[in-house]
Write a protein that binds this ligand. Structure first.
Ligand code: AVI
Length: 325
């Protein structure tokens, strides 16, 4: 019962399909230098991210899981029988909390994970089927943007699009705005959107979460350079770069950088690219925005997504919002 649909927009191939690595060339040619966070997630990077979610300092995943454990039955009460569409299927621990709650209420289970990787979709669906033998899985392989345009019609009375894990925080304000418009466009009136967001808090706590004592986050950040070396025949010397993560209080975002420890020249052969670094120069590899709950509710309602219910943890570190179009 795993149905996979591959979404390829043949009429307008993406910039990446036409010119692989053009985003790397663009990011490394500008000042200050940047790299797109999607290059974190090769196989090793995905494993390192799983390890991050279990770190003592990285409260995000643990806190969101606790919130979902308490609010899942309420979500089910509000939505009733519904198709669960999940953006980014990753590790399914949090998905299982929702599936359990729908199952306990005796609702049929239809799950539509969306991911760019068919391998990840297939393996996470296989493992879910072991515990949920009645589950119907309709996986969509493609970008969120494409998948949101091609969501199958609901076979159940309503649909719930889930975007948990505070991945929204990794989008710039402009990207976030566009993404929320795409969510609204994908939903029919009265359908639901479930969003998990990390809330702003002290710099000390945030900086600890992105500078863990075991240096797994540093490994995760540096792994991006290893990935680029493999993918584009590069010669980044990982020993010549350091992980830096600081909280920018004004913009309420963690900024993760790779800092060059010396003046050096790096080549990415298959991109025909030579990059000069000054000693101390940085590449911005990720932002992780931390939200204000009231501002987020306003932004959502400006997108016609009305907050039906919000749940947070006792410390107000993280929030889960259920919205309705
Ligand atoms: C995936 N995303 C929500 C993580 C975050 O916290 O912004 C990625 C991450 N970067 C460093 N640690 C975790």
């Amino acid at each position: 019962r795993i149905h996979l649909a591959y979404l390829v927009d043949r009429s307008t191939p993406s910039e990446d399909e036409l010119h692989p690595g053009s985003d790397v060339v663009r990011g490394l040619s500008q000042t200050p230098k940047t790299l797109p966070p999607r290059y974190f997630y090769d196989d090793r990077g995905s494993l390192l991210f799983e390890q991050i979610t279990e770190l003592p300092e990285y409260y995000l995943t643990r806190t969101e899981t606790e919130i979902l454990n308490t609010c899942a039955p309420e979500i089910v009460d509000i939505t009733g029988a519904c198709e669960l569409i999940e953006l980014g299927s990753g590790n399914s621990t949090k998905t299982r909390i929702l599936l359990d709650a729908y199952r306990s209420a005796g609702h049929p289970l239809i799950y539509c994970p969306i991911d760019i990787s068919a391998g990840i979709l297939e393996s996470s669906a296989q493992s879910l089927l072991i515990d949920y033998p009645d589950l119907e899985v309709y996986g969509l392989v493609g970008t969120y943007e494409l998948a949101l345009k091609k969501l199958p019609y609901a076979q159940l009375p309503t649909r719930l699009i889930g975007f948990i894990g505070s991945t929204l925080g990794n989008l710039s304000p402009a990207e976030c705005d566009l993404f929320l418009s795409q969510i609204t466009a994908a939903l029919n009136p009265k359908e639901y959107f479930l969003l998990g967001i990390d809330l702003h808090k002290s710099s000390a706590q945030l900086e600890a979460a992105y500078n863990d004592r075991q240096s797994i986050t540093a490994e995760f950040n540096l792994n991006m350079l290893r990935h680029l070396n493999q993918r584009f025949q590069g010669d980044f010397d990982l020993a010549q770069f350091a992980h830096v993560a600081i909280y920018n209080e004004r913009d309420r975002q963690i900024e993760m950088h790779l800092q060059s420890l010396s003046a050096q020249t790096v080549h990415l052969q298959s991109l025909n690219l030579t990059v000069e670094f000054r000693e101390g120069e940085t590449i911005l590899s990720e932002i992780s925005r931390k939200f204000d709950l009231e501002e987020m509710k306003e932004l959502l309602s400006a997108k016609n997504l009305d907050c039906v219910q919000v749940w947070t943890d006792p410390n107000q570190w993280f929030a889960v919002l259920l919205c309705q179009r």
